[in-house]
Design a protein around this ligand. Sequence first.
Ligand code: ZN
Length: 428
Amino acid sequence: MTIINCDNNNKKNDDDKNIILDKSVNFFQSILEKILIPRSVNSAGHETVRQYIKNTLRDLNSRWHIEEDVFRTRTPAGQVKFQNIIATYVPEFGCIRSKSSLKRTILACHYDSLKSSLVKGHNNTDINQVERFTGATDAAVSCSMMIYLAYTMNDHLEKHWLHHFNSNRTIQLNTLQLIFFDGEEIIRSEQNALRRNKRRYKSKSPQSDSLFGSKHLANKWEKITNKIHEQRKRFATLANMTNMKRSSRYLLCDGQDSISAKQRLIDIQNENQNKKKNGKITEVLIISPQDYHTIDGIQLFILFDLIGGSGSPRFYNTNLNTSQHFQQLIQIEKSYLQFNNEKKTAKSMSGGSNKVFFQQNPAFMVSFVRDDHLPFVIRNVPALHLIPHPFPRTWHSMDDNVDNLNFNSIGRFTNIMQLFLLNFFRPI
Ligand SMILES: [Zn+2]
């Protein structure tokens, strides 16, 4: 397998704007090679990729908490087991007013691939055929990019939290969470798939035949959120009745090292005493992974799909409540292109890659694309659905493979996303 270099510019840049894909291009390619295998739900490749994603994220930094959301549900192919992967950057320390002020930004995509028997133009009637569809844009590139972004954001996230911790201010804090959804693609029994012969499968009820992972997780997190709200209401009533005073500020701890958190609390209180400050931090608040399982704690949900196809992709925003974030992507791309135009040689920018990706919306832009963001959007989560319009020409065909990826465009898209996240998690 040959993967083209992601970087179309001079590699010897010393400027911050070219931080990404310069030093670490091999890392990105090595991730993609591991994920670019057939990985339809519950296949051997699916298991391999899931383990690979979990292990790679675990190895990035000990602060990434990796978990699986495993469930079984009814599908047209009977009961099927699905496994979403969730990775959360859990800061060691921070100062927050309450658990409810703990927010997170989610990057998401799906890691399952479409069954080869459901791919466009497929005419093999042998149900024991070897799976061949690798779903390069759908969504191996997105998975690789998310792992890559987690890798590049490690140090920055640490500084982000440390800064807040040392500044002794209580503000709304935000961390990064990655979700790799399972079961985004349609599931269908092999018999039904064969019956359709050469026609591409179109589900009669796609609402019950895809998006299994995102539907399950959004529903689960909504229930957890409702339960927490109930508990808070009860606590508030109790506090009123007994005139209990709640601490105004907490030291946040991930629970892995509560002894050092308690020691840190004593240090802070001593420091404050010495400086004659009002020691506001009064308690250590242990954070568990469940505290990152709420719907209302999601500050922004960014879904990637069909990234990396040939040609110049165009992205539009169809969710009004995230237009400020999309405008920011437009601005970042603008300065990124300006910067590269100054640096580039005429030769290095070929293939129309200078066209703008992030577009101002046409007046009547409405998206009817069913994707993993929908179960969250209907629960009022602010979402950016980053999928190109139109879809890549290779969509759901055997041509959606490494040979038809556009690595210049992948490089630029990843750069823009990293700059966006750096800005999002900048110390305030
Ligand atoms: Zn697909």
